[in-house]
Unconditional design. Structure first.
Length: 117
């Protein structure tokens, strides 16, 4: 099983980034897909989740209206579009795929997002 994030980087406040997460080796079509983040000295926190079927989404209050989670079953991928970024969004962002048939958690290695002028 592989879960690989990409798309992080340095962006100015108010800017945008799009994170991608590609999974392989698991039953992606029936998986719960989430993005978490962890800032230095802080606990890892849930940012957004998407549940299939139905593409029901859930967001942390701090990112509602600014971030959008989406998924593409054909590409075994999940995305996080981040707009109106703030310095407090600076963190390592992790993709979590939960395989519903086994309830096993698969984490990516993380991608750094830094929001700074």
């Amino acid at each position: 099983v592989q879960v690989v994030e990409s798309g992080g980087g340095l962006v100015q406040p108010g800017g945008s980034l799009r994170l991608s997460c590609a999974a392989s080796g698991l039953a992606f079509s029936s998986a719960i897909r989430s993005w978490y983040r962890q800032a230095p000295g802080q606990e890892r926190e849930l940012v957004a989740s998407i549940y299939t079927p139905g593409s029901v989404t859930n967001y942390a209050d701090s990112v509602k209206g600014r971030f959008t989670i989406s998924t593409d079953n054909a590409r075994n991928s999940v995305y996080l579009q981040m707009n109106m970024l703030r310095p407090e969004d600076t963190a390592v962002y992790y993709c979590l795929i939960v395989e519903k048939s086994t309830m096993r958690n698969y984490w990516g290695q993380g991608t750094q997002v830094t929001v700074s002028s």
